[in-house]
Design a protein around this ligand. Structure first.
Ligand code: PLP
Length: 479
């Protein structure tokens, strides 16, 4: 491909995306394909000769689009949003075009420094405790990780290494192997699967503690777990509190868990993957009460702040904990500015060596929208979720089980099998997409505002779909 073809292909790709996104409502949100469909359509070997981009675009349309689940459709109400936006798409394209890899400051100073700056902007915008901010005189700082799972794993590994260092000083008679074998971390039964996985990957126990009747992890439960584990000879080292659980967006009580973590010298990580975006709203300040105890925190811009996947913001109280834990020296990685706090070598803060220029699309997106628009955008999503509940509250067959931010959850009154049957039928029709969760041991259906540019008409559409399927189902039951 030469430079002229690149220009042509690039323009065509933008047009293709603009058409796709503009008309996304016309497509069923879920695809109608069976496993293996693509294997039947594509050749089993890569082409020997080069192919023209126009043919490739045709195949994208014919073969790839029919196999997509349309995450940007405002009729997608499953999981949590994984949004994109026009400026983020452009930012992604430009960073791919610049093709820099910023594992240390010298590898591309603007790549590192822009990340420090946008992480400071974001920390201030979310009203995070000052100790996390790069501009604070302490050792705090921020980094953009690929996903919440990576951020949580980095926090868990850093916490583990801190505890090992501490125990080696306090209990020199213990071998390092003995210390590591006794480490135990905590999350809640409602924490994301990433928490359990981080324990597996860190090769330590990770206990999932019971939450209260509203799926909230409380301080007392954490305290009991820590005390009983200490009595059993174990070494508690990390506790992951979730602000916005995946099932029902419940907020663990940071203000109760924090002091307990502090008392027992346990690292508190806060997973605010979805709900963290709402920290920018003064009316939701209460959900981050207790964040001042946090040793690290993550939230996904790729969920609810207009930047496409992958983009997870992570802040840490003491960045030295990362460099002390993950610093591996090589002559080819040395440079004369290393150690300068304005020029962090992010390779020490993450799993991989190489890293993408993610801050570019964050910078472009935040500048394009600005604080006021982002706040209004998040508020709009919350009000759209409430609109569904308003419609639903007028139909006595439904029970509104709860709502939190832009997630509403509901069930059909009566046996859980009714709600399950309703959801199966809705998903089969592919017009809207929702997934279930358990709340107070009951099957509930989650409805999350997702996709690009959701409108009131999308909520009306969803409610009509839910109601129509319920009507049909109750008709069938009557027969
Ligand atoms: N934590 C919470 C609360 C989540 O809801 C999710 C995903 O939905 C994750 C972590 C994992 O996020 P990621 O896919 O960025 O690893």
């Amino acid at each position: 491909m030469d430079i002229n073809e690149f220009r042509e292909f690039g323009r065509a790709a933008i047009d293709f995306l603009a058409d796709y996104l503009e008309n996304i409502r016309e497509r069923p949100v879920l695809p109608s394909v069976e496993p293996g469909y693509l294997h039947e359509l594509l050749p089993t070997e890569m082409p020997k000769e080069s192919e023209n981009w126009k043919d490739i675009m045709k195949d994208l349309d014919s073969f790839i689009l029919p196999g997509l689940t349309h995450w940007q459709s405002p009729r997608f109400h499953a999981f949590y949003p994984s949004q994109t936006s026009f400026p983020a798409i452009i930012g992604e394209m430009i960073s791919a075009g610049l093709g820099v890899v910023g594992f240390s400051w010298i590898c591309s100073p603007a790549c590192t420094e822009l990340e420090v700056i946008v992480m400071d902007w974001l920390g201030k915008f979310l009203n995070l405790p000052a100790h996390f901010l790069p501009s604070d005189p302490g050792n705090g700082g921020g980094i953009i990780q690929g996903s919440a799972s990576e951020a949580i794993l980095v926090a868990v590994l850093a916490a583990r290494e801190e505890k090992v260092r501490q125990m080696k000083k306090e209990r020199p008679e213990m071998s390092e192997g003995d210390i590591r074998a006794k480490l135990v971390g905590y999350g809640s039964i409602h924490s994301n699967s990433a928490i359990e996985k981080s324990g597996l990957l860190a090769a330590t126990k990770m206990r999932l503690l019971d939450s209260d009747e509203n799926s909230i992890l409380r301080g007392e439960i954490v305290q009991q777990a820590i005390e009983s584990d200490i009595e059993a000879g174990l070494i508690p080292y990390v506790c992951i509190a979730t602000v916005g659980t995946t099932g029902t967006c419940a907020f663990d009580k940071l203000e109760e868990i924090g002091p307990i973590c502090k008392k027992y010298n346990v690292w508190m990580h806060i997973d605010a993957a979805y709900a963290g975006a709402a920290f920018c709203l003064p009316e939701y300040a209460h959900i981050k009460e207790g964040a001042e105890y946090g040793d690290s925190i993550n939230f996904n811009l790729h969920k609810w702040m207009l930047v496409n996947f992958d983009c997870c913001a992570m802040w840490i109280r003491n960045a030295n904990a990362l460099t002390e834990s993950f610093n591996v020296e090589r002559i080819y990685l040395d440079h004369k500015y290393q150690g300068d706090s304005k020029a962090p070598d992010y390779r020490h803060w993450q799993l991989a060596l190489g890293r993408r220029f993610r801050s570019l699309r964050v910078w472009i997106t935040l500048r394009t929208y600005g604080q006021d628009y982002i706040r209004s955008y998040i508020r709009k999503h919350i009000s759209l979720a409430n609109l569904l509940l308003k419609y639903m509250s007028e139909d006595e067959r439904f029970e509104v089980a709860g709502s939190s931010l832009a997630l509403a959850f509901f069930r059909l009154k009566g046996d859980c099998s009714l709600s399950k049957r309703l959801l199966d039928k809705i998903v089969e029709r592919k017009n809207i997409y929702m997934i279930p969760a358990l709340f107070q041991d009951k099957f509930i259906i989650r409805f999350v505002i997702c996709g690009m540019d959701p409108q009131e008409k999308d909520i009306e559409y969803a409610w009509n779909e839910i109601k129509t399927v319920a009507d049909e189902m109750f008709e069938e039951i009557k027969k």
